[in-house]
Design a protein around this ligand. Sequence first.
Ligand SMILES: Cc1cc2nc3c(=O)[nH]c(=O)nc-3n(C[C@H](O)[C@H](O)[C@H](O)COP(=O)(O)OP(=O)(O)OC[C@H]3O[C@@H](n4cnc5c(N)ncnc54)[C@H](O)[C@@H]3O)c2cc1C
Length: 366
Amino acid sequence: MSKRFRVVIVGGGPVGMAMAIELGQRGISCAIVERRTVPHRIPKGQGLTQRSMEHFYRWGVADWRFFGRIDAEEGFFFHAPVPMDTTRDNYDFHGLMQRAAGFEFACEFDYVGFWDMAVAIAKQYQVGRVFIAGDAAHSHPPYGGYGLNNGLDDVSNLGWKLAAQLNGWGSDASMKTYTEERQPIFRETAQDFILARIRTDRDFLEHYHPNRNREEFERAWEKGKTDTPARAMTYDPHCEGSSIVFGPPRGTCSARGTHTFAARPGHHLPSRLLSNRRNVFEALGREFTLLAFDVGDGAVAMFERASALLAVPLTVIRDSYSDGREAYKARLILVRPDHYVAWTGDAAPDSATAVAAKAVGRTGTV
Ligand SMILES: Cc1cc2nc3c(=O)[nH]c(=O)nc-3n(C[C@H](O)[C@H](O)[C@H](O)COP(=O)(O)OP(=O)(O)OC[C@H]3O[C@@H](n4cnc5c(N)ncnc54)[C@H](O)[C@@H]3O)c2cc1C
């Protein structure tokens, strides 16, 4: 196997499969080792974000039913807390469901599975040439749809760095930033978004009940509905503090932020239309992309020379700094292969080679 494949992926769950696609599309051969021979029976990724759809678009699977769903004709999917020592055979699941529904009914069980109401985060995501991603790196109760979505973000962060290293233009330093960029994001996601929401829901259930005070219950319920979008507006996973992006002084890597159309180093590139009416994401290159809006040829040529010198593949997109693109608030934007912004400026930097070298973790080698 060591002679035929450059990467071995252990676990053919959605994250392992996505990693195989990500690496395969970057020209890296991989083998997936999976212990199961049939798909899981329950859906474990119904709540997928726009960002995950962007990954699917990039992988060419956006129109494909990537994750099999349970046959929902007559099927129901039910989660509930059960005592710690519960097994498939020592608990009355049918009774639990009838109590929850408030009436008696007949049913058959296709599948009973267990998950822990706990958060676990690996201390490090890398040991030498071994990396972990998805639930192997971070797991939590299925609350809020952060599990698979975060796992796919791991894939897009690690995939380009690993492929770049194997293709000869990456670096060990860049691969180390996988932990540096991704782990703090998940730690905050768990604390501030998942556990905080579980506590809010628990407090709600302790305080309000329609049988006690229906009016108060309905008021609190309506308020809860408006709180959810407000929480989503503060979810902006970013890596401003990464050692391979030009973030602000004292920037950190965090799950919290604000949403804006301005292009900011360490943040996901916002969506804008190009003058040919294509979305910028349809035009980005597979590796690095330089967006150049109404800047002189000299600035672009500097980046092209740097890319040739470092053998870093670069796509250049030139367009006007108008028609909505000025909302980026930068005329030059260097975009990483995972669609995060590495650097921005309004004019050529002192050294485009220094910028590109830092973006691939090769400062000191040029
Ligand atoms: C009920 C439920 C609902 C969920 N809903 C959502 C949702 O709506 N949105 C969301 O984002 N997330 C959701 N999640 C979380 C999501 O399912 C997980 O985050 C996601 O499955 C993680 O993918 P993974 O590939 O990392 O791990 P897994 O899906 O666990 O896949 C790991 C794979 O590795 C294989 N494997 C393990 N050990 C070995 C070994 N030693 N050798 C070979 N193979 C091995 C396993 O067989 C498995 O196929 C939900 C989870 C649950 C339980």
